[in-house]
Ligand binder design. Structure first.
Ligand code: UDP
Ligand code: MN
Length: 254
């Protein structure tokens, strides 16, 4: 079913706010429910947000289905299994399915004013981040902490507040030297460029660029977070203690 602008979010709430479509790939492991709980606790506090959760699985799992039913957010639940040949680019097929869902839902020109953000399930997101990205015209960018072997990767911004190069150490030749968590895209740009997707064969570190190169030129990037001087998102990784219990002894869903 195709959605018109007024159908989104029941057509009732947040009429004036651009919607934020957050696409999250996720896969089954011990910390999955903890990660989803943690990020939902953030996302739930953001107005006019629609969460597209894409499981890396053949079928939707009970755990994620039940979690989403009670998460208190407007969401769409999808799944696609990453085939065994895809060793890098984890999450790429899932993000592409999120993009197809949006392209099937909305016609260019008839979509609500909205922005698309790719939020991995293990990162840490501040609430300010979402208000920074909400009014993205094409593609907005900001620093990301704990990535590329640095405390943060950022964007150089000139006196006019425009993009002036990448402040990175890892793979400096990347045309878009930015982590998945460091940019958001206007929905219309995604709808108008219907072929732009993440390339699952992209080299390590080049996945983001494989999409962005077909959407925007560097001069049009919109630096946010006070001209990229503030960290509003952290590329965290969750580790847990070593588990000694035998799995078949467990009775609780973790
Ligand atoms: N992911 C996935 N399938 C996998 C591995 C990862 O769907 O086999 C998801 C994961 O849940 C996360 C995103 O893809 O939302 C990026 O994965 P990860 O955080 O492990 O990547 P990294 O932070 O190391 O780049
Ligand atoms: Mn991660």
């Amino acid at each position: 079913m195709l959605w018109k602008a007024q159908d989104v979010l029941g057509g009732l709430t947040h009429k004036k706010l651009p919607i934020i479509f957050v696409i999250t790939p996720t896969y089954a492991r011990f910390v999955q429910k903890a990660e989803l709980t943690r990020i939902a606790n953030t996302f739930r506090q953001v107005p006019a947000i629609h969460w597209i959760v894409v499981e890396d699985s053949i079928n939707k799992t009970k755990l994620v289905s039940n979690f989403l039913k009670t998460c208190g957010m407007e969401y769409t639940h999808l799944c696609v299994k990453t085939s065994a040949e895809v060793t890098m680019s984890k999450g790429a097929l899932q993000r592409n399915l999120g993009l197809s869902w949006l392209r099937n839902k909305f016609l260019p020109g008839e979509a609500p004013s909205a922005v698309v953000y790719f939020a991995d399930d293990d990162n840490t997101y501040s609430l300010e981040l979402f208000e920074e990205m909400r009014y993205t015209k094409k593609v907005s960018v900001w620093p990301v902490a704990f990535v590329g072997g640095q405390l943060y990767e950022s964007v150089k911004v000139n006196a006019e507040g425009k993009f002036d190069g990448w402040d990175v150490k890892y793979a400096v030749e990347r045309p878009f030297a930015i982590d998945m968590a460091g940019f958001a895209i206007n929905l219309n740009l995604i709808l108008e460029n219907s072929k732009a997707i993440f390339h699952i064969d992209a080299e390590s570190g080049f996945l983001e660029a494989s999409l962005l190169i077909d959407l925007v030129s560097l001069k049009d990037l919109e630096p946010k977070a006070d001209n990229c001087t503030k960290i509003l998102v952290w590329h965290t990784k969750t580790t847990i203690q070593k588990i000694y219990s035998k799995l078949d002894e467990l009775h609780l869903e973790v």
